[in-house]
Design a protein around this ligand. Structure first.
Ligand SMILES: [Zn+2]
Length: 239
């Protein structure tokens, strides 16, 4: 234990201890018994004139225990993996048998907290109609096809609306869409360099109806299995 600690706000070192308190953290069980650690934590004064934090608690290595966490890092890791593997209630039930003091809510909270948001650029999107209310009000849904989640719900199906949204996302490389003209026109004008692919569902539906090959050259929606329209005639294994 060193005699000084860094202020979490201004990173100034301080050696002036203000007070101490006991922080209880749960650890991995031992010999079938739940283990709790009572950690003596020092509070330090921050004397940096520009800092608004007057008193702060010392921090420990993140490999030991995270700030404000009630579990050691090694216990949190186990809890996280239990939550991922089994989910909330079954995970909590199994944790109880392992003498790990954790509730199903806590399991889910740990999983959510440790889920790192992806910061990769939006690269492959699907654009299609979206019924706010069937037969009455339709909009446009934009999905991230790589991460399989909804990116945006646009209020209508107008090409201008879709075009305006696409213009703000020049990082998009591939756009999957239906075979109608509206979305295609919007994509062509907004992102002329993006590859447009045909939505697989639309392709299958058209095959079911026996619609002959038509329209501009676009590719099947799976970017890893791109084929020109010319290749689609007689292709027996869509989907
Ligand atoms: Zn400070």
């Amino acid at each position: 234990m060193t005699g000084e600690a860094l202020c979490p706000l201004c990173q100034s070192a301080s050696r002036r201890v203000h007070s101490r308190y006991v922080r209880r953290v749960s650890d991995l069980p031992c010999s079938g018994q739940a283990v709790h650690l009572d950690v003596l934590v020092r509070r330090f004064r921050c004397d940096a004139p520009h800092c608004t934090r007057r008193v702060f608690a010392e921090r420990f290595d993140d490999a030991l225990v995270l700030p404000r966490s009630r579990r050691t890092a090694r216990l949190e890791c186990i809890v996280h993996h239990l939550g991922l593997a089994l989910g909330g209630r079954p995970g909590a039930s199994f944790a109880k048998r392992l003498m790990l003091p954790v509730s199903n809510d806590t399991l889910l909270r740990v999983v959510r907290r440790r889920a790192r948001p992806r910061i990769d650029a939006l690269r492959v999107v699907g654009v299609d109609d979206w019924a706010f209310r069937r037969n009455q009000r339709y909009g446009t849904i934009v999905c991230d096809l790589e991460r399989r989640h909804i990116v945006k719900l646009l209020p209508d199906r107008e090409a201008a609306t879709v075009r305006a949204w696409l213009v703000d996302h020049p990082e998009i490389e591939i756009i999957s869409r239906d075979r109608g003209g509206g979305y295609g026109e919007a994509a062509t004008k907004a992102l002329p360099n993006a590859i447009q692919v045909a939505d697989r569902w639309d392709l299958m539906e058209e095959r079911e109806r026996g619609v002959p090959r038509c329209g501009p050259q676009i590719h099947e929606s799976d970017p890893n299995r791109r084929r020109c329209d010319d290749d689609l005639s007689g292709t027996p294994h869509l989907g």
